[in-house]
Every structure is written in C-alpha cells, then in structure tokens.
Design a protein around this ligand. Structure first.
Ligand SMILES: Nc1ncnc2c1ncn2[C@@H]1O[C@H](COP(=O)(O)OP(=O)(O)OP(=O)(O)O)[C@@H](O)[C@H]1O
Length: 245
C-alpha cells in the first residue's frame, strides 16, 4: 500500500528475560497519530525498538517505506526518529550540543567534529529548543546540570531537529508539568504549528495517562507482548482498556 510507512509482518522476538513478542503484525500509515497503551512491562519499548530497527526480530519482517531495514540507506533511516524513554543524551555535552546530534545523519563529519569541540553553529538547535519551551539560560549548560524536565525537552528537540517523517516517542511526557505536557503534546500532534518548524506528520507515542488521548486517531493496546486491540480512537470503549490494565 502506497501510504504505508512502516510495517511489521508476523514479527516474533524473545529477549534475555524470555519476554516475547509473538507474531505481531502492524501497519502505520502516513498521517496517523497513534497512542500505544499497556501496563508497565507490556512490551511497548520493545515494540518501539523493533519499529525503529534497533532490535532485530527473531522471525517476521519489518519494512520502512516498503524496504526491509537491512536494505535501507542512511538517508532513508533518518526519516524515522525516536524519543527514548531513557532519553539517551550524552552527559558530557551541553544541551545545545546534544540537540545538534539530531543533525548528524544529514551533516558532514566536519560538523560532528565541530559540535564535539563546541564550535559549531547552534542557530537551528536554539530554534528547536525554544519551541520545546527551553529557556536561553540552559542552552549551553551541561546535561548533568539541568533538571529532569529540561533533559526530557532536550531529547524531544534533538529528535524534532532531525525533521523526520515518522516519530516514535516512548513516554515523552515523563517529568513534564501539566502546562509543559499540554504544550509538548500539541507540538507533537499538531503538524501545522505557529513556529513554522517541521514536525513529523506520522506519530506513535507510548503513554500511561489516559487523560492525554485527545488528538490521537488510533489506539493500540498491548499486554504481555501481544496487541490486544488496534482501533480508531472513536471506537475505544472501557472494556478495551479493561483488557490491558
Ligand atoms: N534489556 C533487556 N533485557 C532483558 N529484558 C528486558 C530488557 N528490557 C526490557 N526487558 C523486559 O522485557 C519486558 C518488556 O519490557 P518493555 O520495556 O518493552 O515494557 P514497557 O511496556 O515499555 O514497560 P514500561 O511502561 O514500564 O516502560 C519486561 O518484562 C522487561 O523486564
């Protein structure tokens, strides 16, 4: 199908703890805003890691833009970005250097080297950091010296600056106060924004808070490594939620 961006076909995966994803099939189409629900340990992070190619399934196929992951070139791979639950920031670098790391897939080795030496341009990084409600005073601060909510937004800015087509976000509202949660949720789900930055049009977000489901159009519920429901948001009923919690 032409507008299918990401596809899992009968994917099975087993990790060292014997946690398994069993024959999952899933298609993510352009423009979808998907909420991924499930109790702690249900397998949301594992599924996201399969979707972005970080984990290789034991069986089944994963395709991005109708091409198997192994056959993708770098230019195609950077069309998917991820906000990791554990953020994966580089602790020895500043906030703005970390955000610039989101550009590495598109930039030259010289840019990466200059970023490491802290002599690269930060104009674009600052634009994305401002949109993520980060104040100028923290731009050049070391990651170790900023708060959890600030780190969370640095990780979000780093993934948005990549200007990918698909965003996978693992509990991106962690550590954010109610106002910031609302701002960041609007930023991630409303593609046309007043700041004129490019936000991925297709989004899958794992989350625990059911009060944040407005704005999503598809809901996937997981339990014990299985998808128990996958439906339009308008069809979600309490009994679906009872199945997974
Ligand atoms: N690196 C790992 N090695 C071995 N087992 C792991 C690893 N990471 C996660 N697991 C196990 O895999 C299972 C699924 O974990 P996963 O992180 O995918 O769940 P989750 O739904 O994202 O949970 P949460 O909501 O708490 O983030 C859990 O039983 C977990 O203990």
């Amino acid at each position: 199908m032409i507008n299918t961006l990401l596809e899992l076909k009968e994917v099975s995966y087993k990790n060292k703890n014997n946690f398994t994803l069993n024959k999952l099939s899933l298609r993510i189409k352009s423009g979808e805003k998907i909420a991924l629900l499930g109790k702690s340990g249900a397998g949301k992070t594992t599924l996201i890691s399969i979707l972005n190619g970080t984990l290789k399934p034991n069986k089944g196929r994963v395709k991005l833009f109708n091409t198997e992951f192994d056959k993708l070139n770098l230019h195609q791979k950077i069309r998917i970005s991820t906000i990791w639950q554990d953020l994966r920031l580089i602790e020895d670098l500043s906030a703005e250097q970390n955000v610039n790391c989101g550009l590495l897939g598109k930039q030259s080795f010289l840019f990466a080297f200059k970023n490491l030496l802290n002599i690269s341009s930060f104009n674009k990084a600052h634009q994305y950091m401002q949109v993520c409600n980060l104040k100028k005073s923290i731009f050049s601060k070391n990651i170790r010296k900023i708060s959890g909510g600030q780190k969370q937004r640095v990780a979000i800015a780093r993934s948005l600056i990549q200007e990918s087509d698909i965003l996978l976000a693992d509990e991106p509202f962690n550590n954010l106060d109610p106002k910031l949660t609302s701002n960041i949720k609007n930023l991630l789900l409303i593609t046309k924004n007043k700041n004129k930055i490019k936000v991925p049009n297709t989004t899958l977000i794992s989350l625990h808070r059911l009060d944040l489901l407005d704005g999503f159009n598809r809901i996937i519920g997981m339990k014990n490594g299985e998808i128990l429901f996958d439906l339009e948001k308008t069809k979600l009923k309490k009994y679906h939620l009872n199945k997974i919690y």
